[in-house]
Design a protein around this ligand. Structure first.
Ligand code: ATP
Length: 264
């Protein structure tokens, strides 16, 4: 069984079926990507998985549990966290305090878990925050307020904040938006490091260079439906994908496939 399983997931906004019967799996230890044109329903999918929007039909199972009646905070405590396109940083808290606030939200749950089954690593909030700061290379700005950071650094803080609770799966909503090529590549390397360290990732983004190089598995969404699924190599050459998303004028050989080590 996959870590996350969506089956027939359907979300309607009035007359719009933003997600229409989506079947999607996130296997543990992988980076799973979702691409598609503007308005295809990608953010709606993350909202539905994390409990931020109601589901009209279908089911979501996470780590073997049906999430139907779970609130967003209950889902976070189960190990399912997310980032937002708008980042949603706490602007009146330093970088470290942004992470502490996120990590402490799950601490009572961790405490119970630690009593039942003591953990060797990441059992303590401060340790988890330090680990997330290290992983995102943010130690130089721990005491900085978010409005003093560059756009790229703010993106890293949003990622680190999602990591600070030491979740099982992080859903990343357009992490590379507004990043230049070098920053985007660095973000891709960070994503692979996070997966090697035991946290699985689901990502949506329009940066095809990033998505084709960093994802193990890609789904393509168009008008709320999955139209293709496979490895980046398969997706890059899929005619339906080229038509729907990349534009008929885009030849497959123009799409980047990086030969980056996936560390697995
Ligand atoms: P983008 O790449 O531009 O972020 P997306 O693939 O994430 O787009 P969504 O934001 O999920 O697409 O939107 C899917 C559809 O649902 C669009 O038609 C959008 O206008 C609509 N939609 C999204 N959120 C709402 C909402 N809260 N109320 C009504 N309609 C919505």
């Amino acid at each position: 069984m996959a870590l996350l399983e969506a089956r027939g997931l359907t979300v309607s906004y009035g007359g719009i079926r933003a997600n229409d019967g989506i079947d999607l799996d996130c296997e543990a230890g992988r980076v799973v990507g979702l691409i598609g044109p503007n308005g295809a329903g990608k953010t709606t999918f993350i909202d539905a998985i994390t409990g931020f929007t109601p589901v009209a039909a279908g089911s979501v199972t996470f780590d073997g549990r049906d999430l139907a009646s779970a609130s967003p905070s209950a889902r976070a405590r189960l190990g399912l966290t997310r980032t937002f396109q708008s980042l949603e940083l706490f602007e009146d808290l330093s970088v470290r305090d942004n992470l502490l606030a996120a990590a402490e939200r799950s601490s009572w749950w961790s405490f119970v878990g630690d009593v039942v089954r003591p953990r060797r690593r990441h059992g303590d909030v401060a340790d988890r925050v330090d680990w997330a700061l290290d992983t995102a290379d943010l130690h130089d700005v721990v005491d900085t307020m978010p409005d003093q950071l560059s756009h790229g650094q703010r993106k890293l803080v949003a990622m680190a904040r999602a990591l600070a609770a030491r979740p099982k799966l992080v859903l990343l909503d357009e992490p590379a938006a507004g990043l230049d090529t070098r920053e985007s590549q660095a973000f891709g390397a960070l994503m692979r490091a996070v997966v090697v360290d035991g946290i699985s990732l689901f990502v949506i983004d329009h940066d095809m260079g990033l998505m084709l190089s960093v994802c193990d598995d890609l789904y393509v969404l168009d008008f709320g439906k999955i139209i293709a699924h496979g490895t980046p190599e398969v997706i890059r050459d899929d005619p339906a994908v080229i038509d729907a998303y990349l534009g008929e004028s885009t030849a497959p050989e123009q799409l980047p496939i990086h030969t980056q080590e996936h560390g697995q």
